[in-house]
Design a protein around this ligand. Sequence first.
Ligand SMILES: C[S@@+](CC[C@H](N)C(=O)[O-])C[C@H]1O[C@@H](n2cnc3c(N)ncnc32)[C@H](O)[C@@H]1O
Ligand code: SF4
Length: 415
Amino acid sequence: MLNFASLPPLSLYVHIPWCVRKCPYCDFNSHEASSGRSRHPASRDISASLHVTIPEREYIDALLRDLEQDLPRVWGRIVHTIFIGGGTPSLFSPEAIDRLLSGIRARLPLDQNPEITLEANPGTVELERFQGFRAAGINRLSIGIQSFDEEKLKALGRIHGREEALRAAEAARKAGFDNFNLDLMFGLPGQTTEQAVADMRTAIGLRPTHLSAYQLTIEPNTLFHARPPTLPDDDTAWDMQNQLQAELAAADYRQYEVSAYARPGYECRHNLNYWKFGDYLGIGAGAHAKITAAGDAQGCASVARGGTPGATITRLWKVKHPGEYLRTAGTAASIGGEQKLSRHDAVAEFMLNALRLVDGFPSPLFQERAGLPISACEPELALAENRGLIEWDTRAIRPTPQGRRFLNNLLELFV
Ligand SMILES: C[S@@+](CC[C@H](N)C(=O)[O-])C[C@H]1O[C@@H](n2cnc3c(N)ncnc32)[C@H](O)[C@@H]1O
Ligand code: SF4
């Protein structure tokens, strides 16, 4: 049985499932925008220049119905961060984002200083649009650059070139975003370490507060999986990562997670909440949620055994397909699945998240978030320590450099 002295911080994830074009490496729940047209004749063309049509009014209505349905799960709790991800949320108009945020504020109490992030694709950017997002209350942008190299952008099937990528970062700053992230990928088809470093130097030159550097992975159900491009081998990719880390460290970006680097104080609060096994609601097609309930500790014998009746961690996800989601949002039919975590799941999922953090976690956080004493996974921790994959002192349990390099081997010990 689980036991929580208090509930974890709460975040809200909002999924927007459309893109202008599907990238051949991407396995996110994202669909080419034109596919929404025929099913939803009321669709509004939000960006004629992009020739895409999205049912944005209907989708915002659906998101708000979805949120209403989830509210009883989090009565009275404050939302600290909101992340509007995708897909390509920057395809939505500032008016639609404004209506979404107003609707969220009317239904949920927000932190006094919430972090509100929106993901943007450089191919969908105009200064005016970014200004509109800022006015609607977005205070952090995450821009999917991937590379500044024209040839690599083509190989990745991106809808933008180098110039648009550069302009997107400039537009973010001009629109008043003093906090923005750039996503880069490395280990690209035919990429050399010099090319990866050149991309990173260009990104650093744009002075974002945050940089994400993802090694390109080949995911099932993608075009790259069906027709794999030639990628740099593991040793070259490891060398690239080390050189990128050195560039970032020299420019005062501190690595705090496997792929995440930030200027001091600009770590992504939303993602940190995931990695510290906090709670989150998820609205939108295919969105996932994780919600803790503290249960009822009143006068029950099981409390003496270290648990609280009714204390649970629940995972919940919404139906994936945008059409089905639009039809069912706000009703039980929109729930794709729901699962209460077992003790074993709670241990595994906590570790899969927290051991991604360079600083690891203070050991009391395990009881706070997984609802179990740290002794519940002492044998696995001891094994990891013996193999040199973690270190454990009075302040924290953290992965060693070896544990970070062979993170999968470390995480497997808990699964
Ligand atoms: C969901 S995407 C959202 C950003 C936006 N749609 C775009 O691509 O411009 C978030 C990030 O995941 C990363 N990503 C997606 N597929 C990946 C893959 N197969 N390997 C590594 N990183 C990937 C990309 O860096 C991307 O910017
Ligand atoms: S634009 Fe982003 S979310 Fe859309 S397909 Fe490409 S990587 Fe995936």
